[in-house]
Design a protein around this ligand. Structure first.
Ligand SMILES: CC(C)(COP(=O)(O)OP(=O)(O)OC[C@H]1O[C@@H](n2cnc3c(N)ncnc32)[C@H](O)[C@@H]1O)[C@@H](O)C(=O)NCCC(=O)NCCS
Ligand SMILES: Nc1ncnc2c1ncn2[C@@H]1O[C@H](COP(=O)(O)OP(=O)(O)OP(=O)(O)O)[C@@H](O)[C@H]1O
Length: 197
């Protein structure tokens, strides 16, 4: 079974995906893949430079993620342009990773994709888990984790579909506003229900 794990920025997807790794379920992570496809020498990085200029590079010639983030999370048109450049390469590489894991005999594979709904990628997965927290807690955790101002946090949150809309589209919801142990218990209950343990 291919499970899609999604949620909003800082809602707790990585926290949940670490728990999945602990029980031996492999993860194909969109954020990790998104970093791979813009490494030095990758075609997508060349296209980003063409569009955003060499000023989005750091002194070593690799992508300055902070600088590009400051641009695209404050300009929807530029964010959608960036998505058009990198998303096809991310999708292709993620599907390759899933194939490799299937070849290795894994029966349950989780795809951790923050933009699963926004990018209409639900066809890639059979079941969907949404990791939910309320908007105030999401803003607070994001600010704390990434040392963002309130405006920086809100710019990133508003670049995504509201979490309240995502839970309506989920097969299962994990409420991650309590302790880590309670989050793990909810995850294990879902995995048992789906016979993935
Ligand atoms: C703009 C970039 C360089 C900023 O890098 P940075 O290291 O600061 O953030 P990181 O990549 O770790 O993303 C953190 C979170 O931001 C959110 N996010 C990232 N990109 C986007 C996007 N295009 N739209 C909405 N939310 C996004 C996700 O929830 C993600 O988990 C980077 O996010 C990027 O290249 N984004 C485009 C690729 C993409 O869509 N990635 C998301 C997974 S497909
Ligand atoms: N149940 C919890 N209680 C307290 N803090 C938590 C809990 N779950 C996660 N956190 C913290 O909240 C922050 C966001 O969690 P995490 O990094 O797992 O989110 P994410 O959804 O993977 O974020 P992103 O979309 O940016 O990759 C982290 O600092 C994490 O340690």
């Amino acid at each position: 079974m291919i499970i899609g794990l999604t949620g909003g920025i800082a809602s707790g997807k990585s926290t949940v995906s670490n728990m999945l790794k602990d029980v031996g379920i492999p993860i194909v992570d969109a954020d990790v893949t998104a970093r791979e496809v813009v490494e030095k020498g990758e075609p997508a990085l060349g296209k980003i430079i063409e569009l955003f200029g060499t000023e989005i590079l750091n002194t070593e010639g690799s992508l300055d993620r902070k600088k590009l983030g400051a641009i695209v999370f404050n300009d929807e048109k530029k964010r959608l342009t960036l998505n058009d450049i990198v998303h096809p390469a991310i999708r292709k590489r993620m599907l390759e990773k899933v194939e490799q894991l299937k070849q290795l005999g894994h029966e349950t594979i989780v795809m951790d994709i923050p933009l699963l709904f926004e990018s209409k990628l639900t066809y890639m997965v059979e079941k969907i888990i949404v990791v939910y927290i309320d908007p105030d807690l999401q803003k607070a955790r994001l600010q704390k984790r990434d040392q963002f101002s309130e405006d920086e946090a809100l710019a990133r949150i508003s670049a995504q579909m509201p979490l309240t809309e995502k839970i309506a589209l989920a097969d299962e919801v994990i409420h991650n506003d309590r302790s880590i142990d309670e989050t793990k218990e909810q995850l294990l209950t879902i995995l048992r229900k789906w016979n993935c343990l």
